[in-house]
Design a protein. Structure first.
Length: 119
């Protein structure tokens, strides 16, 4: 039983991330929740983040992105999410996310670990 639970957790948690990181990240996601749904539809100020891992930036059909985001050519991975969330205005000039970023690298890593589980 315990093994089955551990196996299920291992499937959920991306390589390199610990379950604790993901739990921290889920809590810290409160800073994003007002603008980002975790359901398929984008009904708030920002695009849904369900399935963001591996997605091309600016590619949801039901959200009107800035030109900067839509034309960025970014694919969302642990690395690109980390770079964007560190400093959104400067990482991608012209993007419309009204969020100053997460300076704390450890917290950013945890949020990214959580985002990568949102499939
Ligand atoms: C004030 C609202 C707001 C907050 C808070 C916010 N975002 Fe955003 N976010 C947006 C908007 C609007 C966009 C679209 C930007 C564009 O098109 O230029 C966006 C875009 C994104 C994208 C690109 C998604 C895609 O489909 O390409 C990611 C990833 C993202 N945000 C993550 C986050 C995370 C993680 C947080 C919290 C740490 C956060 N955002 C906080 C409004 C917000």
């Amino acid at each position: 039983m315990r093994q089955a639970v551990l196996f299920a957790l291992a499937l959920l948690v991306p390589a390199g991330a610990r379950a604790q990181d993901v739990a921290n990240g889920r809590e810290a996601y409160a800073a994003c929740a007002a603008c980002h749904e975790l359901t398929p539809a984008s009904t708030t100020a920002g695009p849904s983040l369900l399935g963001v891992a591996g997605r091309r930036a600016g590619s949801l059909q039901d959200f009107r992105y800035s030109r900067a985001m839509a034309a960025s050519g970014i694919v969302w991975t642990a690395e690109t999410l980390d770079a964007y969330l560190a400093d959104p205005p400067n990482a991608l000039p012209g993007n419309r996310m009204a969020f100053s970023g997460i300076q704390d690298a450890a917290l950013r890593r945890d949020i990214v670990a959580y985002l990568l589980t949102l499939r």
